[in-house]
Design a protein around this ligand. Sequence first.
Ligand code: GRF
Length: 202
Amino acid sequence: MRARLRVGALASGRGSNLRALIEACRAPDYPCEIALVLVNVPGAPALDIARAAGISARLIDHREFASRAAFDAGLDAALRAAKIDIVCLAGFMRLLSPGFVAAWEGRVLNIHPSLLPAFKGLDTHRRALEAGVAIHGCTVHLVTAGLDEGPILARAEVAVRPGDDVESLAARVLEAEHLLYPKTLREFARARLAEAAVTPPR
Ligand code: GRF
């Protein structure tokens, strides 16, 4: 049985979840290594975080491609060249095309800053506050063709406090994300490694 799966992380921005995953992978018994980071936005801090950690990292700028499918084909080629087993979206702000999602079905994880199925899409903290929910949180799910709709792997609840604003609530949810994503990836990867064979993507 292999000891570690090769994770490819896709990011667009700040990279705090990427950092949390990188740190988790430092534990000798963690069942993954971040083998490749792909960033689609020039100057995104996520690229520097990856490089500072000594991880192979590349900018693949979506604006240099004629279509979403062509951009996704570029991602796919880079992931396959690096023999990636699992893809983790870490603040990746692009929708993936149906072809990419089908090819990597069951092996792309995403973290979303709400308790799915509530508050799919953007601006989740403001919408949660406006809805007056008492409990908010974050979700790690498998990526399917529908936005924020794939099977849920794990969720973490965060209580909304009196006086919370978007910033204070977002900060507490982000802390929860940084625990939930590494924990869920660990469980997901352990389960996959325990399967008879880890097959390559289609
Ligand atoms: C996080 O809130 C994550 O849930 C969402 O995008 C944000 C990315 O933040 N998908 P960071 O780049 O990981 O700091």
